[in-house]
Write a protein that binds this ligand. Structure first.
Ligand SMILES: [Mg+2]
Length: 239
């Protein structure tokens, strides 16, 4: 299985290629790969882009409130609020709205696909891996996006919201997939620890630690870079 070079650095590309070769032999069970979504699979943050859209349409002031919550409490409070902002929309309306935001953001260049990631996912699937996406954005948002990478929506684990009679409720229906919550969700939903994890932020810290092979998109966070050095994670400058 040959992985396209794309914009990977030589050492990251070689490392990923070696990993694919190593795990392409017959194994007792399929290796699991987990990818954070925002700023890992794509350039940009679709969860925040949807929130900005909701600020102009359904919930004026929600962006300021989100930023205030992140600042005053903890990002987990902000992320919960961000996901719950979809509450009140039907599942169908939410999907339409999310796809409109994705299209608009891509057209404006504020969100960009990363074909290298899509190619890596396909190379993994073709080599017998199970590929999952684990995001701290609302699950319906990334479930709408994943098929554009030809990934099944049900392989996305995100912040799950309760649904009543087809209407999304402003209430979480599962663990907050943030930091250790990502690992807890992997344990609950996949039931196997990942062989490979990719991420870009402290949100992904525990998930990256849970895998023997990890890839960090480096945004200059000292804690993550220290961990990357001591654990031998591949470090990729953002595309
Ligand atoms: Mg991210």
């Amino acid at each position: 299985m040959t992985l396209i070079q794309g914009r990977w650095t030589d050492s990251v590309h070689q490392g990923l290629q070696n990993m694919l070769t190593h795990y392409s032999r017959p194994l007792p069970e399929r290796p699991v790969a987990v990818f954070d979504w925002d700023n890992t699979c794509i350039t940009g943050d679709i969860g925040e882009a949807v929130l900005r859209h909701l600020d102009t349409s359904h919930h004026p002031g929600c962006v300021a409130k989100y930023l205030e919550l992140c600042e005053t409490y903890d990002k987990s409070v902000g992320y919960t609020f961000c996901a719950e902002a979809l509450g009140g929309l039907t599942e169908g309306d939410a999907e339409t709205l999310i796809n409109e935001v994705i299209d608009r953001q891509i057209a404006a260049g504020s969100i960009q696909a990363r074909p290298e990631i899509e190619a890596l996912m396909h190379a993994m699937t073709d080599s017998g891996w199970d590929v999952w996406m684990v995001t701290a954005s609302a699950q319906p948002i990334v479930r709408a996006f994943a098929p554009r990478y030809k990934q099944p929506a049900d392989r996305v684990i995100g912040v799950e919201l309760a649904v009543k009679n087809g209407v999304i409720q402003p209430t979480l229906a599962g663990p907050l997939t943030y930091r250790q919550g990502k690992v807890d969700a992997i344990d609950q939903r996949i039931g196997r620890r990942p062989t490979f994890a990719a991420g870009d932020a402290l949100t992904d810290y525990e998930m990256l630690h849970a895998a023997p092979h990890a890839l960090l998109f480096d945004h200059g966070n000292a804690e993550l870079l220290t961990a990357a050095e001591s654990r031998g994670w591949w470090v990729q400058p953002p595309f």
